[in-house]
Design a protein around this ligand. Structure first.
Ligand code: GLU
Length: 304
């Protein structure tokens, strides 16, 4: 049997907050419960969105929580050669084309769905006269892609109708998140992905890229994301409170409660290591709430 290999893949857009702690804890427990490996990958692909010092701060916080990962930390910023190779493969296969549309032009003419605007295919058969290339898109087809998530209700998308041809290289030349995550998960032999349900709608796009590149599809588990009272995902923008290692047991217990996991009777007497061991032994996927969002505990939300 293939050994379980999972990962936590934070974007360094701010310090660790409760929402990202939940993803870290759940992916960690799911891996360790199955005697699997758990890798840490810093998704520092997008310098304009990166906050100086955030990746070190996230790593330090995970260490303070006593979480241990396997192998060296990987950084997307050091893996551009892998993304370029995969883009080249798609280009040689005839799956890509240059697109000259701006975001605004697309927003003005596209049909909107849950996954965002559907690209109307303006540049599919060549750039309109007088237009230069901006981004690079992958051609989608009309097949239906089904996600059988380990937690959420089954999802299906027909990319042609629901998303349209999507961007794999952005106008600023950066590879898109969809492309990088597919390349990384395959290259790192990740066979289990546990992450927030905000990425569920991206999963069919990732599965489509896996098919085009001849890569395996991992098992997916999309967790409810922690939201504030306006239903906004906790993030730097929503002024989420950073989690710190100051009371690591308290935060681990809050994350376990959020995930509806059982807790030991004398939970407040347990040492950090005892708490982790208990949580690993008793990790119960069937107890997880199958919703896409859940209210975060008040103390992790903006304090104003
Ligand atoms: N880097 C993404 C985030 O922090 C997660 C990507 C993934 O798990 O696929 O939201």
């Amino acid at each position: 049997m293939t050994r379980y290999r999972g990962r936590f893949a934070p974007s360094p857009t701010g310090p660790l907050h409760f929402g990202s702690l939940v993803a870290a804890v759940a992916s960690y427990l799911d891996a360790r419960h199955q005697q699997g490996e758990w890798l840490l990958r810093v998704e520092d692909l997008d310098p304009p969105r990166e906050i100086a010092g955030a990746s070190d701060s996230i790593i330090r916080t995970l260490e303070q929580f006593g979480m241990t990962w396997d192998g060296p930390i990987s950084y997307q910023s050091q893996r551009h050669h892998l993304y370029d190779e995969a883009l080249e493969q798609l280009r040689l296969q005839g799956n890509l084309y240059d697109c000259g549309c701006s975001r605004r032009e697309i927003a003005d003419s596209a049909v909107m769905t849950d996954a965002g605007p559907v690209y109307p295919g303006t540049c599919r058969n060549g750039l309109p006269p007088g237009r230069g290339p901006r981004s690079v898109r992958v051609r989608v087809d009309s097949s239906v892609i089904r996600v059988r998530d380990r937690l959420q209700a089954p999802l299906q998308q027909q990319l042609a109708a629901d998303v349209g041809d999507f961007i794999v290289r952005r106008a600023d030349l950066l590879v898109s998140y969809q492309m990088a995550v597919v390349v990384d998960d395959a290259e790192q032999q990740i066979n289990h992905v546990v992450r927030g349900a905000d990425l569920l709608d991206s999963t069919p796009r990732q599965m489509y890229l896996q098919q085009l590149l001849g890569l395996p599809t991992p098992a997916y588990l999309h967790l409810p994301i922690a939201v504030d009272s306006r239903q906004a995902k906790l993030s730097k923008q929503s002024l989420a409170q950073p989690v710190t290692g100051a009371d690591s047991n308290g935060a681990i217990i809050d994350a376990l409660r959020f995930l509806c996991q059982p807790l030991p009777d004398a939970v407040h007497d347990a040492s950090r290591d005892e708490l982790w061991q208990w949580a690993i032994d008793h990790w119960d996927v069937t107890a997880l709430p199958a919703s896409r969002t859940m209210a975060a505990p008040a103390e992790y939300i903006e304090s104003s």
